[in-house]
Write a protein of this length. Structure first.
Length: 267
């Protein structure tokens, strides 16, 4: 654990974010809809400040836990936008819990210090990769909502408060498509410009991160092809989406977790 490396201001800010997320999560049944929205908005804004502090504060750091924290923030951003279009969307409890867990994990494992000599293009490469994480995570959330809606239909439960099943399915595949484009751009940049991004001697390598990333890309390509050519939907599509998302999670987050936590290495 690298908790001792965090600055007091960063610790206080992170704990404030976790507490702010806990309000709509713990008080889901007690708060009014308006109060819950404001609580989640305050937590989302504080979370953004934590991310900015982590990247531009006293000792800029990045690693698997900050990557998960950024991903959680992006998913919450998507939720906030969609909530304006679909007021019946209900995932506040789960997402607030996700946000709280993500910021606390990033406090315990803040990652490794960023080198001042890194290429100015490297943050853009990271941004593409993390954005693809966020879009696929949003797709997973929608797939979970879609599965829940299907279960309610089979059980003849009252589903009046949810988004229509076909709308959820359409949104899920839109997020998959957008995430696939960004993941493709990330892999292409790594293939063509590795030495520019990471320095001489750091060309494209078939390490664990690369292998899992390519496998995830193939899984998502198969999902989109199956959807376009064979009309894949429902459980089959969700299973492929979950498989690709797990492979993508193992690609960066899993590899960095092993390096930073299990092996205690910085590179």
């Amino acid at each position: 654990m690298i908790l001792a490396s965090a600055s007091p201001a960063g610790v206080v800010l992170t704990l404030a974010v976790a507490a702010a997320y806990a309000v709509p999560a713990a008080g889901a049944t007690r708060l009014s809809a308006r109060a819950a929205r404001f609580a989640l908005l305050a937590a989302w804004l504080l979370h953004a400040l934590v991310l900015i502090w982590g990247l531009f504060g006293d000792t800029p750091r990045f690693g698997f836990a900050p990557a998960l924290s950024v991903t959680a923030w992006l998913v919450l951003t998507v939720y906030a936008v969609e909530r304006q279009l679909f007021p019946q969307l209900e995932a506040r409890l789960a997402l607030a819990g996700l946000g709280s867990a993500a910021v606390l994990l990033a406090l315990v494992f803040p990652g490794t210090p960023l080198h001042s000599a890194i290429s100015p293009w490297l943050p853009l490469h990271w941004a593409l990769g993390i954005a693809s994480y966020g879009l696929f995570a949003a797709a997973v959330v929608h797939a979970w909502l879609m599965t829940r809606a299907e279960r309610q239909i089979r059980l003849a439960a009252d589903g009046h408060a949810g988004i229509p099943l076909l709308t959820l399915e359409r949104l899920t595949f839109r997020f998959v498509g957008a995430g696939f484009v960004l993941l493709s751009a990330t892999l292409l940049a790594g293939l063509l410009f590795s030495e520019i991004l990471y320095g001489q001697g750091h060309g494209w390598r078939w390490d664990h991160k690369t292998v899992f990333s390519v496998l995830a890309w193939l899984a998502f390509a198969l999902l989109l092809l199956g959807r376009a050519r064979f009309g894949w939907r429902g459980r089959k599509a969700v299973r492929v989406l979950y498989t690709g998302s797990l492979l993508l999670l193992l690609a960066y987050v899993g590899s960095r977790f092993v390096l930073e936590v299990v092996l205690g290495r910085t590179t």
